[in-house]
Design a protein around this ligand. Structure first.
Ligand SMILES: Cc1ncc(COP(=O)(O)O)c(C=O)c1O
Length: 384
Protein backbone atom coordinates (compact mmCIF):
# COMPACT_ATOMS: atom_id res chain seq x y z
CA UNK A 1 0.00 0.00 0.00
CA UNK A 2 1.29 3.47 -0.85
CA UNK A 3 2.23 5.51 2.24
CA UNK A 4 0.40 8.80 2.59
CA UNK A 5 2.47 11.90 2.00
CA UNK A 6 2.66 14.06 5.14
CA UNK A 7 1.19 17.45 4.31
CA UNK A 8 3.33 20.32 5.58
CA UNK A 9 2.21 23.11 3.30
CA UNK A 10 -0.74 24.62 5.18
CA UNK A 11 0.33 28.11 4.13
CA UNK A 12 -0.19 27.22 0.47
CA UNK A 13 -3.67 25.87 1.18
CA UNK A 14 -5.58 23.92 3.79
CA UNK A 15 -8.02 21.02 3.44
CA UNK A 16 -11.67 21.95 3.86
CA UNK A 17 -12.69 21.08 7.42
CA UNK A 18 -15.44 18.39 7.30
CA UNK A 19 -17.68 20.73 9.35
CA UNK A 20 -17.18 23.41 6.70
CA UNK A 21 -18.11 21.00 3.92
CA UNK A 22 -21.24 20.00 5.84
CA UNK A 23 -22.30 23.64 6.12
CA UNK A 24 -21.79 24.14 2.36
CA UNK A 25 -23.55 21.08 0.95
CA UNK A 26 -27.23 22.13 1.32
CA UNK A 27 -26.50 25.27 -0.72
CA UNK A 28 -25.64 23.39 -3.91
CA UNK A 29 -28.99 21.64 -4.41
CA UNK A 30 -31.59 22.32 -1.72
CA UNK A 31 -31.00 26.07 -1.31
CA UNK A 32 -29.55 26.92 -4.68
CA UNK A 33 -31.24 30.29 -5.18
CA UNK A 34 -29.61 33.49 -6.33
CA UNK A 35 -29.21 35.66 -3.24
CA UNK A 36 -30.39 38.65 -5.29
CA UNK A 37 -33.76 37.04 -6.19
CA UNK A 38 -36.90 37.95 -4.27
CA UNK A 39 -38.66 34.55 -4.22
CA UNK A 40 -38.34 32.04 -1.38
CA UNK A 41 -35.19 30.37 -2.78
CA UNK A 42 -33.57 33.76 -3.19
CA UNK A 43 -34.52 34.95 0.27
CA UNK A 44 -33.20 31.75 1.84
CA UNK A 45 -29.89 32.21 0.03
CA UNK A 46 -29.73 35.87 1.08
CA UNK A 47 -30.42 34.99 4.73
CA UNK A 48 -27.65 32.36 4.59
CA UNK A 49 -25.19 34.86 3.09
CA UNK A 50 -25.98 37.39 5.81
CA UNK A 51 -25.48 34.72 8.47
CA UNK A 52 -22.06 33.88 7.01
CA UNK A 53 -21.19 37.58 6.81
CA UNK A 54 -21.89 37.96 10.52
CA UNK A 55 -19.71 34.90 11.28
CA UNK A 56 -16.78 36.45 9.40
CA UNK A 57 -17.36 39.80 11.10
CA UNK A 58 -17.45 38.16 14.54
CA UNK A 59 -14.06 36.53 14.00
CA UNK A 60 -12.57 39.97 13.28
CA UNK A 61 -14.49 41.89 15.96
CA UNK A 62 -16.29 44.08 13.40
CA UNK A 63 -19.82 44.68 12.05
CA UNK A 64 -21.29 42.42 9.36
CA UNK A 65 -21.98 45.49 7.21
CA UNK A 66 -18.19 46.06 7.01
CA UNK A 67 -17.56 42.80 5.11
CA UNK A 68 -17.53 42.58 1.28
CA UNK A 69 -17.27 39.09 -0.24
CA UNK A 70 -14.69 38.64 -3.01
CA UNK A 71 -13.04 35.67 -4.71
CA UNK A 72 -10.05 35.67 -2.34
CA UNK A 73 -7.17 37.73 -1.04
CA UNK A 74 -5.75 38.47 -4.50
CA UNK A 75 -8.99 40.16 -5.49
CA UNK A 76 -9.36 41.88 -2.10
CA UNK A 77 -5.85 43.33 -2.40
CA UNK A 78 -6.62 44.53 -5.94
CA UNK A 79 -9.95 46.02 -4.88
CA UNK A 80 -8.41 47.77 -1.87
CA UNK A 81 -5.50 49.39 -3.73
CA UNK A 82 -7.08 50.02 -7.14
CA UNK A 83 -10.36 51.02 -5.51
CA UNK A 84 -8.66 53.65 -3.33
CA UNK A 85 -6.57 54.93 -6.23
CA UNK A 86 -9.70 55.46 -8.32
CA UNK A 87 -11.62 57.07 -5.45
CA UNK A 88 -8.88 59.55 -4.47
CA UNK A 89 -7.34 60.90 -7.71
CA UNK A 90 -5.65 63.76 -5.84
CA UNK A 91 -3.65 61.40 -3.56
CA UNK A 92 -0.99 59.55 -5.49
CA UNK A 93 1.38 58.20 -2.86
CA UNK A 94 1.26 54.66 -1.42
CA UNK A 95 3.51 52.97 1.15
CA UNK A 96 4.14 49.24 1.23
CA UNK A 97 7.05 46.85 1.90
CA UNK A 98 9.39 44.88 -0.33
CA UNK A 99 8.28 41.60 1.27
CA UNK A 100 4.57 41.86 0.38
CA UNK A 101 2.74 39.18 -1.57
CA UNK A 102 2.77 39.42 -5.37
CA UNK A 103 -0.93 40.36 -5.36
CA UNK A 104 0.09 43.62 -3.64
CA UNK A 105 3.42 44.15 -5.44
CA UNK A 106 2.02 43.47 -8.92
CA UNK A 107 -0.96 45.75 -8.23
CA UNK A 108 1.57 48.37 -7.10
CA UNK A 109 3.52 47.96 -10.36
CA UNK A 110 0.31 48.44 -12.34
CA UNK A 111 -0.66 51.50 -10.29
CA UNK A 112 2.79 53.01 -10.89
CA UNK A 113 2.15 52.66 -14.61
CA UNK A 114 -1.04 54.68 -14.01
CA UNK A 115 0.75 57.54 -12.23
CA UNK A 116 0.83 56.35 -8.59
CA UNK A 117 4.04 56.66 -6.59
CA UNK A 118 5.08 53.94 -4.16
CA UNK A 119 7.54 53.91 -1.26
CA UNK A 120 8.76 50.36 -0.62
CA UNK A 121 9.96 49.86 2.95
CA UNK A 122 12.99 47.64 3.43
CA UNK A 123 13.03 44.99 6.17
CA UNK A 124 15.67 43.91 8.68
CA UNK A 125 17.11 40.37 8.95
CA UNK A 126 13.95 39.27 10.77
CA UNK A 127 11.67 40.56 8.02
CA UNK A 128 10.41 43.52 10.07
CA UNK A 129 9.90 47.04 8.79
CA UNK A 130 11.36 49.99 10.67
CA UNK A 131 8.51 52.08 12.11
CA UNK A 132 10.60 55.27 12.14
CA UNK A 133 11.28 54.76 8.44
CA UNK A 134 7.55 54.23 7.94
CA UNK A 135 6.77 57.53 9.68
CA UNK A 136 9.41 59.35 7.62
CA UNK A 137 8.06 58.02 4.35
CA UNK A 138 4.58 59.53 4.91
CA UNK A 139 3.92 62.53 2.65
CA UNK A 140 1.07 65.06 2.50
CA UNK A 141 -0.31 63.15 -0.52
CA UNK A 142 0.01 59.66 1.03
CA UNK A 143 -3.24 57.75 0.58
CA UNK A 144 -2.63 54.40 2.26
CA UNK A 145 -0.10 52.25 4.08
CA UNK A 146 -0.42 48.64 2.91
CA UNK A 147 1.47 46.18 5.12
CA UNK A 148 0.69 42.51 5.49
CA UNK A 149 -0.30 41.01 8.84
CA UNK A 150 1.90 37.94 8.42
CA UNK A 151 4.38 37.03 5.73
CA UNK A 152 3.52 34.00 3.61
CA UNK A 153 7.10 32.74 3.37
CA UNK A 154 8.78 33.48 6.68
CA UNK A 155 5.70 33.99 8.87
CA UNK A 156 6.94 37.34 10.25
CA UNK A 157 4.19 39.32 11.97
CA UNK A 158 3.95 43.06 11.46
CA UNK A 159 3.02 45.15 14.53
CA UNK A 160 -0.46 46.07 13.28
CA UNK A 161 -1.45 48.13 16.32
CA UNK A 162 1.60 50.37 16.08
CA UNK A 163 1.19 50.75 12.32
CA UNK A 164 -2.53 51.50 12.79
CA UNK A 165 -1.61 54.23 15.28
CA UNK A 166 0.93 55.78 12.92
CA UNK A 167 -1.62 55.73 10.07
CA UNK A 168 -4.29 57.30 12.27
CA UNK A 169 -2.01 60.10 13.49
CA UNK A 170 -0.98 60.89 9.92
CA UNK A 171 -4.54 60.73 8.58
CA UNK A 172 -3.79 57.99 6.05
CA UNK A 173 -5.65 54.71 5.53
CA UNK A 174 -4.19 51.41 6.70
CA UNK A 175 -4.70 48.32 4.56
CA UNK A 176 -3.43 44.91 5.61
CA UNK A 177 -3.21 41.71 3.57
CA UNK A 178 -4.08 39.23 6.30
CA UNK A 179 -4.44 36.13 4.10
CA UNK A 180 -1.94 34.24 6.29
CA UNK A 181 -3.08 35.58 9.65
CA UNK A 182 -6.88 35.37 9.68
CA UNK A 183 -8.02 32.14 11.29
CA UNK A 184 -4.53 31.52 12.68
CA UNK A 185 -4.01 34.25 15.26
CA UNK A 186 -6.60 36.47 17.00
CA UNK A 187 -7.23 39.76 15.16
CA UNK A 188 -9.40 42.41 16.79
CA UNK A 189 -9.54 44.93 13.96
CA UNK A 190 -11.10 47.83 15.85
CA UNK A 191 -8.37 47.66 18.47
CA UNK A 192 -5.66 47.33 15.83
CA UNK A 193 -6.82 50.35 13.83
CA UNK A 194 -6.91 48.57 10.47
CA UNK A 195 -9.12 50.31 7.86
CA UNK A 196 -9.08 47.71 5.08
CA UNK A 197 -8.19 44.03 5.45
CA UNK A 198 -7.95 41.21 2.92
CA UNK A 199 -8.63 37.57 3.80
CA UNK A 200 -8.82 34.25 2.01
CA UNK A 201 -10.97 31.28 3.01
CA UNK A 202 -8.71 28.47 1.72
CA UNK A 203 -5.93 29.48 4.11
CA UNK A 204 -8.06 28.56 7.12
CA UNK A 205 -9.94 25.36 6.25
CA UNK A 206 -12.57 26.92 4.00
CA UNK A 207 -13.05 26.42 0.25
CA UNK A 208 -10.93 28.04 -2.46
CA UNK A 209 -12.14 30.96 -4.57
CA UNK A 210 -13.80 32.91 -1.77
CA UNK A 211 -12.53 35.65 0.50
CA UNK A 212 -13.46 39.05 1.82
CA UNK A 213 -12.42 42.65 2.18
CA UNK A 214 -13.12 44.44 5.45
CA UNK A 215 -13.86 48.17 5.18
CA UNK A 216 -13.87 50.22 8.38
CA UNK A 217 -17.18 52.11 8.63
CA UNK A 218 -15.88 54.14 11.58
CA UNK A 219 -13.53 55.84 9.14
CA UNK A 220 -15.91 58.40 7.55
CA UNK A 221 -13.47 59.37 4.79
CA UNK A 222 -12.99 55.83 3.53
CA UNK A 223 -14.49 55.19 0.11
CA UNK A 224 -13.65 52.87 -2.77
CA UNK A 225 -14.48 52.65 -6.46
CA UNK A 226 -15.24 49.16 -7.80
CA UNK A 227 -12.94 47.24 -10.12
CA UNK A 228 -15.72 44.98 -11.45
CA UNK A 229 -18.84 46.45 -13.04
CA UNK A 230 -22.22 44.75 -13.33
CA UNK A 231 -25.29 44.21 -11.19
CA UNK A 232 -24.02 46.24 -8.25
CA UNK A 233 -23.77 43.41 -5.70
CA UNK A 234 -21.98 43.95 -2.40
CA UNK A 235 -22.93 47.64 -2.15
CA UNK A 236 -21.81 48.19 -5.73
CA UNK A 237 -18.24 47.25 -4.81
CA UNK A 238 -18.15 43.72 -6.17
CA UNK A 239 -20.61 42.89 -8.91
CA UNK A 240 -21.25 39.23 -9.67
CA UNK A 241 -23.70 36.59 -8.43
CA UNK A 242 -22.72 35.58 -4.93
CA UNK A 243 -21.16 32.12 -4.57
CA UNK A 244 -23.50 31.04 -1.78
CA UNK A 245 -22.03 27.58 -0.97
CA UNK A 246 -18.51 29.02 -0.81
CA UNK A 247 -19.70 31.92 1.34
CA UNK A 248 -21.34 29.43 3.70
CA UNK A 249 -18.03 27.57 3.86
CA UNK A 250 -16.13 30.76 4.65
CA UNK A 251 -18.66 31.62 7.38
CA UNK A 252 -18.36 28.22 9.03
CA UNK A 253 -14.55 28.29 8.70
CA UNK A 254 -14.60 31.66 10.50
CA UNK A 255 -16.89 30.34 13.23
CA UNK A 256 -14.65 27.33 13.77
CA UNK A 257 -11.51 29.45 13.85
CA UNK A 258 -12.99 31.74 16.46
CA UNK A 259 -13.75 28.70 18.61
CA UNK A 260 -10.46 26.87 17.98
CA UNK A 261 -7.77 29.58 17.63
CA UNK A 262 -6.86 29.87 21.34
CA UNK A 263 -6.10 26.17 21.75
CA UNK A 264 -5.02 25.44 18.19
CA UNK A 265 -2.49 28.26 17.90
CA UNK A 266 -0.88 27.21 21.20
CA UNK A 267 -0.69 23.56 20.14
CA UNK A 268 0.79 24.43 16.75
CA UNK A 269 3.34 26.77 18.29
CA UNK A 270 4.46 24.11 20.79
CA UNK A 271 4.70 21.50 18.05
CA UNK A 272 6.53 23.88 15.74
CA UNK A 273 9.04 24.88 18.45
CA UNK A 274 9.64 21.25 19.41
CA UNK A 275 10.07 20.31 15.75
CA UNK A 276 12.63 23.06 15.27
CA UNK A 277 14.59 21.87 18.32
CA UNK A 278 14.51 18.26 17.12
CA UNK A 279 15.54 19.21 13.60
CA UNK A 280 18.51 21.16 14.93
CA UNK A 281 19.58 18.18 17.03
CA UNK A 282 19.50 15.79 14.07
CA UNK A 283 20.63 17.96 11.16
CA UNK A 284 23.73 20.14 11.04
CA UNK A 285 23.93 23.48 9.20
CA UNK A 286 20.34 24.67 9.68
CA UNK A 287 19.56 28.39 9.69
CA UNK A 288 16.18 29.82 10.63
CA UNK A 289 14.93 32.78 8.58
CA UNK A 290 13.01 35.37 10.56
CA UNK A 291 12.63 35.42 14.33
CA UNK A 292 11.05 32.58 16.28
CA UNK A 293 9.08 35.10 18.39
CA UNK A 294 7.27 37.53 16.05
CA UNK A 295 6.13 34.72 13.83
CA UNK A 296 3.03 32.78 12.85
CA UNK A 297 2.68 29.80 15.19
CA UNK A 298 2.73 27.14 12.47
CA UNK A 299 5.53 28.33 10.16
CA UNK A 300 9.20 27.42 9.77
CA UNK A 301 11.45 28.69 7.01
CA UNK A 302 15.05 27.57 7.10
CA UNK A 303 18.01 26.84 4.90
CA UNK A 304 20.16 23.75 5.00
CA UNK A 305 23.83 24.33 4.28
CA UNK A 306 24.96 22.86 0.98
CA UNK A 307 21.48 21.78 -0.04
CA UNK A 308 19.48 22.38 -3.18
CA UNK A 309 15.91 22.78 -1.93
CA UNK A 310 14.53 22.08 -5.41
CA UNK A 311 16.28 18.71 -5.47
CA UNK A 312 15.22 17.99 -1.89
CA UNK A 313 11.59 18.49 -2.85
CA UNK A 314 11.98 15.95 -5.66
CA UNK A 315 13.55 13.47 -3.24
CA UNK A 316 10.81 14.08 -0.67
CA UNK A 317 8.00 13.51 -3.17
CA UNK A 318 5.46 11.07 -1.79
CA UNK A 319 6.90 11.44 1.74
CA UNK A 320 6.70 15.09 2.80
CA UNK A 321 4.81 17.90 1.07
CA UNK A 322 6.55 21.19 1.71
CA UNK A 323 7.66 24.05 -0.47
CA UNK A 324 10.72 26.00 -1.45
CA UNK A 325 9.16 29.46 -1.49
CA UNK A 326 5.59 30.73 -1.38
CA UNK A 327 3.18 28.45 -3.21
CA UNK A 328 2.11 31.33 -5.38
CA UNK A 329 5.59 31.91 -6.73
CA UNK A 330 6.97 28.38 -6.73
CA UNK A 331 5.91 27.95 -10.37
CA UNK A 332 8.75 30.35 -11.12
CA UNK A 333 12.28 29.36 -10.25
CA UNK A 334 13.60 32.85 -9.56
CA UNK A 335 14.86 33.44 -6.01
CA UNK A 336 12.30 34.50 -3.44
CA UNK A 337 12.02 38.29 -3.13
CA UNK A 338 11.33 37.83 0.59
CA UNK A 339 14.51 35.86 1.32
CA UNK A 340 16.47 38.28 -0.82
CA UNK A 341 15.13 41.18 1.25
CA UNK A 342 16.47 39.48 4.42
CA UNK A 343 19.95 39.68 2.90
CA UNK A 344 20.48 35.92 2.51
CA UNK A 345 23.28 34.64 0.30
CA UNK A 346 22.30 32.94 -2.96
CA UNK A 347 23.42 29.61 -1.46
CA UNK A 348 21.10 30.12 1.51
CA UNK A 349 18.21 31.07 -0.75
CA UNK A 350 18.80 27.99 -2.89
CA UNK A 351 18.74 25.77 0.19
CA UNK A 352 15.58 27.19 1.78
CA UNK A 353 12.50 25.22 2.72
CA UNK A 354 9.13 26.42 4.03
CA UNK A 355 7.29 24.07 6.33
CA UNK A 356 3.86 24.82 7.78
CA UNK A 357 1.81 22.75 10.20
CA UNK A 358 -1.97 22.77 10.51
CA UNK A 359 -5.16 21.57 12.16
CA UNK A 360 -4.81 18.07 10.71
CA UNK A 361 -1.11 17.57 11.61
CA UNK A 362 -0.98 14.59 14.01
CA UNK A 363 1.62 13.81 16.68
CA UNK A 364 2.42 10.62 14.78
CA UNK A 365 3.23 12.68 11.69
CA UNK A 366 5.34 15.06 13.75
CA UNK A 367 7.52 12.22 14.97
CA UNK A 368 8.12 11.06 11.38
CA UNK A 369 9.09 14.45 9.93
CA UNK A 370 12.51 14.71 11.63
CA UNK A 371 13.50 11.18 10.64
CA UNK A 372 12.43 11.58 6.99
CA UNK A 373 14.10 14.98 6.65
CA UNK A 374 17.37 13.97 8.28
CA UNK A 375 17.63 10.74 6.24
CA UNK A 376 16.93 12.58 3.00
CA UNK A 377 19.38 15.37 3.79
CA UNK A 378 22.11 12.83 4.72
CA UNK A 379 21.56 10.99 1.44
CA UNK A 380 21.57 14.26 -0.44
CA UNK A 381 24.81 15.40 1.20
CA UNK A 382 26.56 12.11 0.48
CA UNK A 383 25.67 12.39 -3.19
CA UNK A 384 27.15 15.87 -3.75
C1 LIG B 1 -0.09 36.85 1.98
C2 LIG B 1 -0.97 36.40 0.85
N1 LIG B 1 -1.72 37.29 0.20
C3 LIG B 1 -2.53 36.93 -0.79
C4 LIG B 1 -2.63 35.62 -1.20
C5 LIG B 1 -3.56 35.27 -2.32
O1 LIG B 1 -4.71 34.68 -1.80
P1 LIG B 1 -5.78 33.98 -2.73
O2 LIG B 1 -5.26 32.61 -3.00
O3 LIG B 1 -7.04 33.96 -1.92
O4 LIG B 1 -5.93 34.81 -3.95
C6 LIG B 1 -1.85 34.65 -0.58
C7 LIG B 1 -1.86 33.25 -1.04
O5 LIG B 1 -0.88 32.54 -0.99
C8 LIG B 1 -1.01 35.05 0.50
O6 LIG B 1 -0.26 34.16 1.14
Amino acid sequence: MMKKEIYLDYQASTPVDPRVLKAMLPYFVDFFGNAASVHQQGLQAKAAVEHARSQVAKLLGVEASEIIFTSGATESNNLALLGLFKAFPQKKHFITAVTEHSSVLETAAYLESQGAEFSYLAVNKMGQVNLEELKKSIRPDTLVISLMAANNEIGTLHPLKEIGQIAKEAGVFFHSDAAQAVGKIPLDLKRLGVDLLSLSSHKFYGPKGIGALYLNQDQPLLKLKPILYGGGHEKGLRSGTLNVPAIMGLGEAARLSEELIPEESKRLQNDRDQLWQDLQKEISGLKLHGSLEDRLPHNLNFSVKGLSAERMLMELKGKLALSTASACTSAQTKPSHVLKALGLSSEEMKGSLRLSLGRMTSSQELSMIVRILSETIDKHRQSV
